[in-house]
Design a protein around this ligand. Sequence first.
Ligand code: SF4
Length: 412
Amino acid sequence: AACTPIEAAAPRPRRSRQARIAWGSRVVTVGGDAPVRVQSMTNTDTVDAIGTAIQVKELAQAGSEVVRITVNTPEAAQQVPYIREQLDRMGIDVPLVGDFHYNGHRLLSDHPACAEALSKYRINPGNVGKGDKHDRQFAQMIEAALRWDRPVRIGVNWGSLDQELLARMMDENSRRAEPWDAKAVMYEALITSAIGSAERARGLGMNPDQILLSCKVSGVQDLISVYRELARRCDYALHLGLTEAGMGTKGTVASSVAMGILLQEGIGDTIRVSLTPQPGEARTQEVVIASEILQALGLRSFVPSVTACPGCGRTTSTTFQELAKQIDDHLRAQMPVWRERYAGVERLKVAVMGCIVNGPGESKHADIGISLPGTGEAPAAPVFIDGEKALTLRGDNIAAEFHQIVETYIEK
Ligand code: SF4
C-alpha cells in the first residue's frame, strides 16, 4: 500500500476572543493569538495582607501570570488595595483577580478601592443569590466591571451550580420523550449557566472580549466532555482547570491528562492547576505543574528541558541520575538571570543518558548531550553538541566538566 508521510502532532488552534487583564503598564492578554497563560490562586487569608502579598509574589516569581485572591468579607476587601500597594512596592506587577461568592456585589460597590485594585473579577453565577436577587446582584457586579473597565470571568463550578437552573432543566428533561441521563443534564446546565450569564453580561453592556468563561468539574472525562461542548458553542476566552483535582501524584496526573487532551484540541486560553498542597509543599507547585503541562505539549517554553533515561541494570552507579538532577536544578536556578541575558535559552534541550544503548542517539537529538558509561563500557563519556560528537570526558570530574560545557554553550 502507498505510504504518506506521518504528520507531526501539534495542538490545534481554536481562535477565541482576546481579553486584556492589566495592571499599570503590564497587560496580560488571554485568548486570541496570545500564548496559553498560567494562573494560580493564593490560599492565605486575604485579611493577612502581608502574608497574601508574599504568597502572590512567590506565585508570580514561579511563573504565574495572573494571581487570584479570595475576597469574601468587608475586612478582606479593605486589605486588597494594601496588598496591591505592597506588591507594587516590591516591583511585582502581576494582575490580581478577586474571587467573589455570595456578597461580591456588595463588596465591589461598598469598596471602590478594592474594585480598582483588582484587575479582573471572578463571578460564580451559582453563588450570586436566587430569583430576582440573582439578576440584580449579578447586574451590580457587571456594573462594577463596567465602571472600572475590568474583564470578568464567569466561573461556573459543578459544586456550586445554580440550583434553580438545574432543577428547571431536570424538570424539562423529565418531560422529554426520551429523557437524557442525569450527567448529560448536568453538563447542559453548566454550559447554559456560563453562556447564559455571559449573554446577560453582554446585555448589560459588557464587551464580549472582556468575558472569560470556565465550567469546572472534578472528573477528567467530565471536564473533557463539558469543555469540548463549551468551546463548540462560544468563542469566549476559556479558563481551563480541573477543580478539586486532589493531592500529589493523583492531582497532578488528573490535571495533566484532562488539560493535555483539551489543550491539544486547542481548548483553553489560560490554565490553573488546582492542587491541594501536601503538608510542607509550596503553593508554587501548582504553577510549576501548569508550566510543565504547557511545555510538554510544546505550547510554551519556560525552562530548558533535560532528557534523562530512567536507568536500568546497565547503570549500577547513580552518577548519571545525580548529574541529570544537578543539571536540571542548575538550569532552573539560573533561568531568572539567563532569561534576561540570552534570548531563547528556555528552548535549550540537554540530554543526560546512562549508557551507550540510547545515549549517543538521544544526545544527538538534544542541543547538548552526554552519554555516561554503563557497566562493562569503557570509562568514557562522549559529549554531543548540536548533533555532533564534540569531545569525550573521562575521569572523576565528568559532572563538573559537563556543567562547564553547558554554561559555555549557553553563553555562546
Ligand atoms: Fe538503560 Fe542505557 Fe537505556 Fe539508560 S540508555 S535506560 S542506561 S539501556
